[in-house]
Write a protein that binds this ligand. Structure first.
Ligand code: NAP
Length: 233
């Protein structure tokens, strides 16, 4: 049966920042949202934030753990009979100039920001193909498009995300699955708070036309736009 109204949404990395705003906005729009964090405490925080919305909840998930991802998607599709929207948002930074970058810095960022896309998306696509409808949204980064000094690992992962999205979008189109990437600039979250404030002031803000960091809610609205889009075939 073809469906036109998405209902169940999985948002990775929903404990704070952009993911938390996405989870809240999707819940507000009527989606049943399952948001993930890497700790039970974070999962409980998501459940608390979404407590006004029926069946929305937080769960503990490491997106690098393919078996755990498999188990969670199985649990969601068994309970809700569907998973309509996937938002691959979980991400980390380990910034360092390339000369000083360690293999751990490299692999941690590539695993969490790029390889996790395979882990999670791989599990949700079969159900979407069967249903003839699905929405996959990747939170990439402007630094995957333009590159950023001190972020060879992050820029490589985020550029990889964009390539993945472009290729999977071509595969998914005829099955009614859209795959889109959102590439935020600098957004006011803990990820950006980790940057030296002097660097933000002197090197980042002057390049932002409106002169301020973006807000997580502004990215959440873009995710809702893609999540609610209708079939085009
Ligand atoms: P954030 O505030 O640091 O939040 C990161 C989220 O990812 C948290 O919920 C965290 O969970 C989760 N996470 C980290 N490692 C994980 C793992 N292995 N498995 C599952 N979840 C994991 O970051 P943010 O700024 O909101 O960024 C969200 C996304 O937007 C990231 O993909 C980031 O690269 C991208 N982005 C951010 C900016 C920006 O300026 N902030 C700009 C462009 C793109 P815990 O709380 O449990 O650690």
């Amino acid at each position: 049966m073809k469906e036109t109204t998405p209902h169940i949404a999985l948002v990775t990395g929903a404990s704070r920042g952009i993911g938390a705003a996405i989870a809240l906005e999707l819940a507000h729009q009527g989606f049943v949202v399952i948001g993930t964090a890497t700790t039970d405490e974070g999962a409980a925080k998501i459940s608390h934030t979404l407590s006004a919305y029926a069946n929305c909840r937080g769960v503990n998930l490491n997106v690098n753990d393919a078996a755990a991802v498999d188990a969670l998607v199985e649990q969601i599709t068994t309970q809700h009979k569907a998973l309509h929207v996937l938002v691959n948002n979980a991400g980390i930074t380990k910034d360092r100039m390339f000369l000083k970058m360690t293999p751990d810095d490299w692999h941690a960022v590539i695993d969490t920001n790029l390889n996790s896309m395979f882990n999670v998306t791989k599990q949700v696509v079969p159900d979407m193909v069967e249903r003839g409808w699905g929405r996959i949204i990747q939170i990439s980064s402007v630094n995957g498009e333009k590159g950023q000094s001190g972020q060879t690992n992050y820029s490589a992962a985020k550029a990889g995300d964009i390539g993945f999205v472009k290729a999977l979008a071509q595969e998914g189109a005829r099955a009614g699955i859209t795959v889109n990437s959102i590439t935020p600039g600098y957004i006011a979250t803990e990820m950006v708070k980790a940057i030296d404030p002097a660097v933000v002031e002197k090197s980042i803000l002057p390049h932002i036309p409106v002169g301020r960091l973006g807000k997580p809610e502004e990215i959440a609205r873009c995710v809702v736009f893609h999540s609610l889009s209708k079939r085009s075939n």
